[in-house]
Write a protein that binds this ligand. Structure first.
Ligand code: BG6
Length: 489
């Protein structure tokens, strides 16, 4: 992975500059990068949207959005520096002619053009052909696209084909913002920089692995999008499967993008299919009903604004995944993710195997297994649960389960943890695609998810209800209980 601080300055073009993603995430991330002196002095930002507006008008909107999401007051010095980078260009992207307006504001001799598409995928073709017709694409030009890259294999191929018609694969940066999270990257360090984990990372020592991505928020006014998608497509197809590939992949030969992508693809290819024959045993779908979260009343899924009251879209999914390869044979991966759960929590728990023989059996019939717990959010950290002798000299040895606790904020002296979008924006400007997703990965993940979606469509039952503010339907507990296990709660 290239880590040089300096990189060629960019013309970062944001299509959809007045959209939700730009206002909520991109502007704030650019502000933070600028405040950490991570934007090259010559880098320029071109905000593109269809609304008639001048740059000063846009800057007022941008400043308001940043201030709204920034926990501390806006630093005027940073804002003055950042605002000098901006030009607003009004373009109706359905009119290819209008892309010519960009030629006078960018400079491809001095800067690399990075096109960030913060717009829905059905508009990607307009951007691609508009840029091409105005001869704005050269070998260095990049395009950054966001999920959802389709809602199944067929539609994702169409999107990928549209973009591939004018950009080569190494110019395309597909974002999954989870890959920008500090702790997801730390999985590489944990696994491949520590011999205790490199040698203890397989079916020989690991019993099973759990991945939980719980959200306390609901669908946040996005009924139209979410109801067509559901938690399987919205979260599991991308974020959870990406985490899974980082945990399960073989050691890459180096940190170059191609090496990492190759290993991730092999994991996705080894996922045992879930289809009609095993879907009921392997998966659980849930949908939240009204309840309380942190003492606040929240409506059920079918009572959300704009809801279709007959919807059977899942807001929760839990499943058992088997990876059919040498390393993971016989080690189940249990994944669960849901909206309106008790609280926001993303974590990975690795359960090590029971010892083959227990010399403490006079006092302890079963010794609890060691656990490695990786907290991704809200607080980053790593814990190892292990047994220790309680100090004392009389009688039998007394054991107690204790934790080796590596909290990032304590260990790294409250050093700022960069957000996913900050890191990924920066890497796209640096031209490092290691943390982005290749076409093959997206399509492999869709192939696997499509099979589940088809099998669900054949089932007569609907998603199980769960009360908002809980950990999902009882059936999710039963999924693990069948294997003699419980969720880490
Ligand atoms: C997005 C999903 O990709 O990730 C949202 O579309 C979800 O539904 C969000 O809420 C969760 O992201 P994070 O970083 O808050 O865990």
């Amino acid at each position: 992975m290239k880590s040089t601080k300096r990189y060629k300055p960019c013309d970062l073009i944001i299509f959809g500059a007045l959209g939700d993603l730009t206002k909520r995430k991109l502007l704030l991330s650019l502000y933070r990068l600028d405040s950490s002196n991570l934007l090259e002095p010559e880098t320029r930002i071109v905000a593109v949207d269809r609304v008639v507006q001048d740059t000063d008008g846009y800057l007022k909107i941008a400043q308001k959005s940043i201030s709204e999401f920034l926990p501390e007051p806006l630093d005027n010095e940073v804002w003055v520096r950042m605002s000098a980078r901006f030009t607003y260009v009004q373009i109706d992207i359905t009119d290819a002619e209008q892309f010519k307006k960009l030629t006078s504001v960018i400079d491809q001799k001095k800067r690399v053009m990075v096109n960030y598409l913060a717009i829905p995928p059905f508009l990607f073709n307009h951007i691609c052909s508009g840029l091409q017709k105005s001869k704005l694409i050269n070998k260095e030009t990049r395009i950054v696209i966001e999920k959802p890259i389709g809602h199944d294999l067929k539609s994702s191929r169409q999107i990928n084909d549209t973009v591939a018609a004018v950009f080569a694969e190494d110019q395309i940066y597909r974002i999954d913002h989870y890959l920008g999270k500090e702790t997801v990257l730390n999985l590489l360090a944990l696994r491949f920089a520590n011999s205790i984990f490199t040698t203890n990372w397989s079916h020989n020592t690991i019993d099973h692995i759990q991945i939980t991505v719980a959200e306390d928020i609901g669908i946040e006014g996005r009924w139209d999008y979410f109801d067509k998608s559901g938690q399987l497509r919205d979260m599991l197809q991308n974020h959870l499967l990406q985490i899974l590939t980082f945990i399960a992949m073989e050691p890459p030969v180096n940190l170059e993008a191609q090496s990492i992508h190759n290993e991730k693809i092999k994991v996705l290819q080894a996922l045992r299919p879930i289809a009609d024959y095993n879907v009921e045993k392997r998966t659980v779908r849930g949908q939240y009903t009204k309840g309380y979260i942190k003492g606040q009343f929240v409506p059920g899924y079918l009572e959300e604004e704009g809801a279709n009251t007959h919807s059977s879209t899942e807001s929760f999914v839990a499943m058992r995944i088997d990876i059919d390869n040498w390393r993971w044979a016989g080690v189940p991966f249990y994944l669960r993710t849901g909206k309106r759960m008790s609280y926001k929590r993303t974590e990975i728990v690795v359960y090590f195997k029971q010892l083959p023989h227990n010399i403490f059996k006079d006092s302890y019939r079963n010794l609890p297994p060691n656990k490695l717990i990786i907290h991704l959010q809200p607080k980053e950290g790593v814990e190892i649960e292990m047994l220790n002798k309680v100090p004392g000299i009389d009688g039998a040895i007394k054991l107690q389960q204790t934790k080796l606790d590596l909290s990032f904020s304590d260990t790294f002296n409250n050093q700022r943890v960069f957000g996913g979008y900050e890191r990924l924006l920066l890497e796209s400007m640096r031209g490092n695609s290691t943390l982005f997703i290749s076409r093959e990965e997206t399509e492999q993940a869709w192939t696997w998810v499509d099979s589940i979606q088809r099998a669900w469509a054949h089932l007569s039952d609907k998603p199980r209800s769960y009360t908002a503010g809980t950990w999902g339907p009882n059936a999710a507990d039963a999924l693990l209980a069948r294997d003699g296990r419980t969720w880490e709660d």
